[in-house]
Write a protein that binds this ligand. Structure first.
Ligand code: GDP
Length: 205
């Protein structure tokens, strides 16, 4: 399934451009530079599919990806789409851009029945930052199930990863929509990718 080629379907700058509700979707969110495009590309084994989001002023779009042959019976796939959400927390983003991000994302989260889970990416070197807290609050308010994914775990030592996992789970304990376990990944080393693939596929039913 993940070995198949995946294709970019469309970028959605406003809700009216969303594809019709249909097969399940999972979305990826995270601060700019968290390693989101690297993770999506590693997950799908395709370099350059998801593009980096840390360019200032880059169009804020929800980018939809599906396995090639999506929707055709002969593909025989458990149909699921991946949605790359625009990165947040870019230090110099103007307020209008932040507001536009929040409006687009909140409306999408609240109104989209096809969306089954959001994976919120957290840089293992930094842990949860205030704007990650804001996004989790948004997700809790929208009653949208989410799961944290640590990225770039190769950048810190294994015992530090264990400590971070414990601290992070403690911090989300009281959050109603947070899934009570997290996935530690490194796109560079391929670590945790199978766990993440399994978590995605579990949403495809
Ligand atoms: P995005 O802005 O969230 O899409 O982040 P990118 O995927 O563009 O990654 C930001 C930077 O982090 C790039 O320089 C990547 O090479 C680096 N990076 C991403 N994932 C990893 C990882 O797993 N390990 C290491 N060491 N670096 C990573």
């Amino acid at each position: 399934f993940f070995a198949k080629p995946w294709v970019f379907v469309r970028g959605v700058p406003a809700l009216k451009f969303l594809p019709p509700e249909g097969p399940p979707e999972v979305a990826f969110a995270g601060r700019s530079n968290v390693g989101k495009s690297s993770l999506i590309n590693a997950l799908l084994g395709q370099k350059g599919l998801a593009r980096t989001s840390n360019t200032p002023g880059r169009t804020q779009e929800l980018n939809f990806f599906v396995p090639d042959g999506f929707g055709t019976p002969e593909a025989g796939l458990p149909p699921i789409a991946l949605v790359d959400m625009p990165g947040y927390g870019y230090a110099r983003a103007p307020k209008e851009q932040v507001d536009a991000w929040t409006a687009l994302v909140f409306d999408y989260l609240r109104g989209r029945t096809s969306l089954k889970r959001v994976f919120v990416l957290i840089d293992a070197r930094h842990g949860i930052k205030p704007n990650d807290e804001e996004v989790m609050t948004l997700l809790d308010k929208a009653a949208m199930s989410y799961q944290l994914v640590l990225t770039k775990t190769d950048k810190i030592k294994a015992p530090a990863v264990e400590t971070l996992i414990g601290e992070t789970l403690q911090r989300i304990r009281k959050r109603p929509a947070a899934f009570p376990s997290l996935i530690a990944t490194s796109s560079e080393k391929g670590q945790g990718l199978d766990d993440l693939r399994a978590a995605i596929l579990a949403q495809a039913v």
